[in-house]
Design a binder for this molecule. Structure first.
Ligand code: AMP
Length: 586
C-alpha cells in the first residue's frame, strides 16, 4: 500500500470545503443536526424526497434557478427551473393519482435520459409511489424479469421500446395496468396512453400526502450470483445520506453546476443523477448521449460544470486519448472530480491532475447502501488507489466470517477481509422485494456484509481488493452470471453455460461464457455468432456475453453446480485452488 500524496491546485480548488476537518467531524457528527436541513411536509410531519428536492425550492428564493439542464443527443436542449419542475412533477403525480396508483405502487420507467424520465421519477415520489428505473440498454428478458418481480403497475416508456422490449410479454405481466408512451400524440388504447396528452390534461397543483421517512421510495434491481435479480428497496429517509454526501463528498455550494454521468437505471444515476443535487438546490446537468470523450469535454466547458461525478471506465477511455485533446477545452470552472463503481487505478488519479488540473476522488458504495459510504473528501489528502475513509456517522470494518452467525473484526491494518458496515444508516436498503431470507443473509453478527473484499490501512483508509463472489462489473455495471447463463440455456444448441468476468483494460471486465453444446451440435464460428446474437437480442448489449468459448463439458462441484471460480482461474492461468469439491475428484 504505497502511495504518494498529490498536491492540489489551490487556484482551482474549493477554498472553503464543507468538510474541513474529517477527524473532528467524525467525533462531533450527529444525524439529528443533518436532519435540520430538511423542511418536512407543510401539512404533515414526515419526509418526502420530492418535497425536499423540488417543491420547497420552487416555493422559495430558488424558484427561478435552473434545476435540470437537459442536453439532447441531436443538439436540442431544455432547461427546467425549480418552479417548472414543481409544476411538471405535480402533473405527473396527478396522472398517477387519476389512474388509481397510490402509496407503495411501483412505477417503472424505461427510457433514455430524457426529461420525462426525471419528471416521472420525482412525480412518482410525490405520489408516495415507488420509482423503479430500468436501464434502456437491457433487452426484453431482463426488463420482463424486473417488471414482473417489481409488480410494476405503470410503465413509462417510448413506442419503440414498448414494441421492441415489452409488448410481446404483456400477457405475463398481470399487475401492469397501464403503459404511458412518451412519444404518442394520442392514446393508442385503454391501457396504452399518451403521456403528453395526460400531462396537458392534468393539474399542476398537487398536495403531497403524508409521507413517513420509512415509506418506500425507490426500487433498484441489482444482481446476485445465484438466482434472478434482487430488488433493493429504499425509503424516503435515504435523502439524509443523499443530502449529507452532497455536502461532505460532492462539496456542493449554492452556485455549483453538477454533472453525474450515470444513467438512473443504475443506483448512482438516481441517488446522484437526480436526488442529491436537487436536495441542494443546484443545477443538475443531464446528457442524453452515451460516452463520447470530445462531447463530454465540450459539455464540461460549455456548461461550466463545477463538480463532476463519473466512472473509471470513462476515465480510462479519456486516458487512452492522451492529454492534449482535453487541454483544448476551458475547464477552469471544474473544481472537483469524483469517481465510483469500480476500482480507480492510481494512474487515473494522477492523470486527472495532469489533464484536468485536478486529482480524481474515488468513493465507494453499492445499490444496497443507497448512497456513498466511503470517500476521498475534498479537503483530505488523497491516497491514489484507495476508496477513502468512511463517512462521519458510518462505521465500516474489515471482518472475517468465523461461523454461520458470527464474524470477527480484523483490527490489524493491511489484512484482507470482507468489507462490512454497521447497520442502521439512513439510506440502508430496507429489504429485497419478496425475498426476506436473502435480505437477512446479508446481516451477520451485527454487521452488514457487502460482498466486497478490502483492506484498511493504519490511518483508516480503505483499499478495494475484489468481489467475494462471482458478480461481474462491466463498464461499471453489475451483471449477475446466473441471469446470463439462464438465457444462454434457452438457445437450442446449449446444454450448459458458465459465465465469468474476464479482465479488460478499458471496461473493467467483459462477460465471457463457457458453453457445452447439446448432442448433434458442433462448435463453429457461425454457431458462436448465433449464440451471441441470441443473447444480445434477449439480454441487451449491456448484459450479453462478448466472448463465448466452447467446452466439451464444464467443471462442476459434487452438487452438480458449475464452478465459475475454476473456469475463471483456468481462463486467467491462475492457481486452481482447492479442487476437493470438484465432481470427478476422489
Ligand atoms: P452497484 O450495486 O451496481 O452500484 O455495484 C456495487 C459494487 O461496485 C461494489 O460492491 C463494488 O464491488 C463495486 N464498487 C463500487 N465502487 C467502487 C470503488 N470505488 N472501488 C472498487 N469497487 C467499487
Amino acid at each position: 500500500m504505497r502511495w504518494s500524496p498529490i498536491q492540489k491546485n489551490p487556484e482551482s480548488y474549493q477554498k472553503n470545503p464543507n468538510l474541513l476537518d474529517y477527524a473532528k467531524t467524525v467525533v462531533t457528527f450527529s444525524w439529528e443536526t443533518m436532519r435540520n436541513a430538511f423542511q418536512g411536509l407543510p401539512l404533515a410531519k414526515g419526509l418526502n424526497i420530492a418535497h425536499e428536492a423540488v417543491d420547497r425550492h420552487a416555493d422559495g428564493p430558488l424558484r427561478n434557478r435552473v434545476a435540470l439542464q437537459w442536453l439532447g443527443s441531436e443538439g436540442a436542449s431544455r432547461a427546467f427551473t425549480y418552479a417548472d419542475l414543481k409544476g411538471q412533477t405535480s402533473r405527473f403525480a396527478n396522472i398517477l393519482k387519476g389512474l388509481g396508483i397510490g402509496k407503495a405502487d411501483t412505477v417503472c420507467v424505461l427510457t433514455d435520459r430524457i426529461p420525462e424520465l426525471y419528471i416521472a421519477a420525482l412525480g412518482t415520489l410525490k405520489n408516495t409511489s415507488v420509482f423503479c428505473p430500468l436501464f434502456s440498454a437491457f433487452g426484453p428478458e431482463p426488463i420482463f424479469q424486473r417488471l414482473r418481480k417489481g409488480d410494476a403497475k405503470i410503465l413509462l416508456t417510448t413506442e419503440r421500446y414498448y414494441r421492441k422490449k415489452v409488448s410481446q410479454l404483456m400477457d405475463d405481466l398481470p399487475s401492469l395496468k397501464q403503459v404511458l408512451l412518451v412519444d404518442a400524440k394520442e392514446h393508442l388504447g385503454n391501457d396504452l396512453l399518451s403521456f403528453h396528452k395526460l400531462m396537458e390534461e392534468s393539474s399542476d397543483i398537487y398536495a403531497i400526502p403524508p409521507t413517513d421517512p420509512e415509506d418506500i421510495a425507490v426500487l433498484h434491481f441489482t444482481n446476485g450470483t445465484t438466482g434472478m435479480p434482487k430488488g433493493a428497496l429504499h425509503a424516503h429517509g435515504a435523502a439524509l445520506i443523499h443530502y449529507m454526501t452532497g455536502k461532505f463528498v460532492m462539496d456542493f455550494h449554492p452556485d455549483d453546476i453538477f454533472w453525474c454521468t450515470a444513467d438512473p437505471g443504475w443506483v448512482t444515476g438516481t441517488s446522484y443523477g437526480i436526488i442529491s443535487p436537487l436536495l441542494h438546490g443546484i443545477t443538475n446537468i443531464v446528457d442524453e448521449s452515451d460516452f463520447d470523450a470530445m462531447r463530454w469535454c465540450q459539455i464540461l466547458a460549455s456548461q461550466k460544470v463545477t463538480v463532476w461525478y463519473t466512472a473509471p471506465t470513462a476515465i480510462r477511455r479519456f486516458m487512452r486519448m492522451g492529454i492534449d485533446p482535453v487541454r483544448q477545452y476551458d475547464l477552469s470552472h471544474l473544481r472537483l472530480i469524483h469517481s465510483v463503481g469500480e476500482p480507480l487505478n492510481p494512474e487515473a488519479v494522477v492523470w486527472g491532475q495532469k489533464a484536468m488540473g485536478l486529482p480524481i476522488h474515488d468513493n465507494w458504495w453499492q445499490t444496497e447502501t443507497g448512497g456513498i459510504m466511503i470517500a476521498n473528501y475534498p479537503a483530505m489528502e488523497i491516497r491514489p488507489g484507495s476508496m477513502g475513509r468512511p463517512l462521519p456517522g458510518i462505521e465500516a470494518a474489515i471482518v472475517q466470517r468465523t461461523g454461520k452467525d458470527r464474524v470477527k473484526v480484523i483490527e490489524t491494518a493491511g489484512v484482507q477481509g470482507e468489507l462490512a458496515l454497521r447497520p442502521g444508516w439512513p439510506s440502508m436498503f430496507r429489504g429485497y422485494l419478496h425475498d426476506e431470507a436473502r435480505y437477512r443473509q446479508c446481516f451477520v453478527g451485527g454487521w452488514y456484509l457487502t460482498g466486497d473484499l478490502a483492506k484498511r490501512d493504519a490511518d483508516g483508509y480503505f483499499w478495494f481488493v475484489g468481489r467475494a463472489d462471482d458478480i461481474i462489473k462491466t463498464s461499471g455495471h453489475m451483471v449477475g452470471p446466473f441471469e446470463v447463463e439462464s438465457t444462454l440455456m434457452e438457445h437450442p444448441a446449449v446444454a450448459e453455460a458458465g459465465v465469468i468476468g474476464k479482465p479488460h483494460p478499458l471496461i473493467g471486465e467483459i462477460v465471457k461464457a463457457f458453453v457445452a453444446l447439446k448432442k448433434g451440435f458442433a462448435p463453429s464460428d457461425e454457431l458462436r455468432q448465433d449464440i451471441i446474437g441470441f443473447a444480445r437480442k434477449k439480454l441487451g448489449s449491456a448484459v450479453a456475453p462478448k466472448e463465448i468459448a466452447f467446452k466439451p463439458d464444464l467443471p462442476k462441484n459434487k452438487a452438480g453446480k458449475i464452478m465459475r471460480r475454476l473456469l475463471k482461474a483456468r481462463e486467467l492461468g491462475l492457481p486452481e485452488g482447492d479442487l476437493s469439491t470438484l465432481e470427478d475428484s476422489e
